[in-house]
Design a protein. Sequence first.
Length: 201
Amino acid sequence: MKIMKIKKACLNDLSRVREFYYDLIDRTPGMGKYAQWKKDIHPDDNDLERYLHDDAMYMLIDDRQIEADKTCVRQSAAEKTSCGQQADEKIAGMMAVELMQDEEYRGISWQIEASDSEVAEVHLLAVSPDYQKQGVGRRLVEEALQIARDNGKKALRLDSIETNTLAQHMYESVGFKYCGRQRLYAGNTGWIDFLYYEFLL
């Protein structure tokens, strides 16, 4: 795989993060069929600002052609990093890793019992159209697992709408276990079933 490094985003990166997801929505084949993300609906600026404010947004940077500033690259999941774009920096993928479980996850029959503070969640995991089918999605998941481990979590959990079968196959191939579903309303889809997955750490 290409040389890539994980980097934590901050509030100053909001426009870059937004542009990444806009480009993803515009250029990803099958977006309307699988993930069904829509501009300014999901994800919207409220979602992105919340993850950035929570210090939970991560970018996977293609580091082949730049000499990255070492203070801007995460050396460990617990380490604080500065933000801001480096020259010629390309974002291969992005995700949010929350270190607290959402309330909606409590009703699922998980493999283990764990308090909200003992669980991490992944949201908005996405791969740039320029890097799809190159193992970047799997690399993001591996980074999320390491972040959860470094923060002492018992499990990493995530969800997928029922139509996003490509993501579901990838999660299962990495080792996530399907634990259940529930029907929820989302602005980009209306009422739809969400499938829930767990990886024990």
